[in-house]
Write a protein that binds this ligand. Sequence first.
Ligand SMILES: Nc1ncnc2c1ncn2[C@@H]1O[C@H](COP(=O)(O)OP(=O)(O)OP(=O)(O)O)[C@@H](O)[C@H]1O
Length: 250
Amino acid sequence: MRNSDVTPARGLVVEVLDVTKTYAGGGGVRALDGVSVAFEAGSFCAVMGPSGSGKSTLLHCAAGLDRPDSGRVLLAGQDIGGLREPRLTEARRQRVGFVFQSYNLMDSLSVWHNVLLPQRLAGTRPDRDWAREVMRRVGLTGREDDRPGQLSGGQRQRVALARALASRPEVIFADEPTGALDLSTGREVLGLLREAVDQIGTTIVMVTHDPTAAAWADRAVFLADGRIVTELADPTAEKVAAQMTAVTIR
Ligand SMILES: Nc1ncnc2c1ncn2[C@@H]1O[C@H](COP(=O)(O)OP(=O)(O)OP(=O)(O)O)[C@@H](O)[C@H]1O
């Protein structure tokens, strides 16, 4: 990869402003309780916290997959709360890429068609040259015609990352991207996420339970009971683990 590919950071890509979200089930759980957090262009942020602290809800609200009860979410300056369908889906398809723990690939499609699918769904002409380049970057050149079912877990997550990168999104949201992978395969995937930030200028927001995964990020924010309680710059696994302990027993 070339350093000339780096896109300089330009301001905030995602702004979550005083967001609350309560789920009706279970007696009205307040999953997010006045959360404000912003993510800078070209940065890699880990979102951490105990189970049930609101990490996935924050990710879903920030990505426009779920609507907050109150507060605002700006994606590249656009207030997505004001968008009705199908505009919201369009904005998400144009601006956001996703990497999930469970890969979420279409088994009936080849790797290549999985990678191009978000652009097809968005109704944009797929940029095949860039898609080939991201396939090369994630080490999948030659596997284009395979079905996801023929690949290992680590290779499937590489396809998911290539799919996310292929549409040049403003931000990639990753929910436990290494949760289903063994240690060394997980490390490879985290290395690729890091490279996407450093060499392409991608913005990544990653939910994880794992302090060693969070240590690949530039910043870690910690949730507890639906609130952001603290954050760390340049996290190390040790500092993150200590902070997790403090947050969990508070
Ligand atoms: N669809 C839903 N219906 C009802 N309650 C929900 C729903 N989704 C999440 N919750 C509740 O909201 C709270 C926050 O959940 P969330 O999944 O955001 O937490 P999390 O930090 O991502 O947890 P985990 O680490 O276990 O995945 C929890 O109390 C959870 O039970």
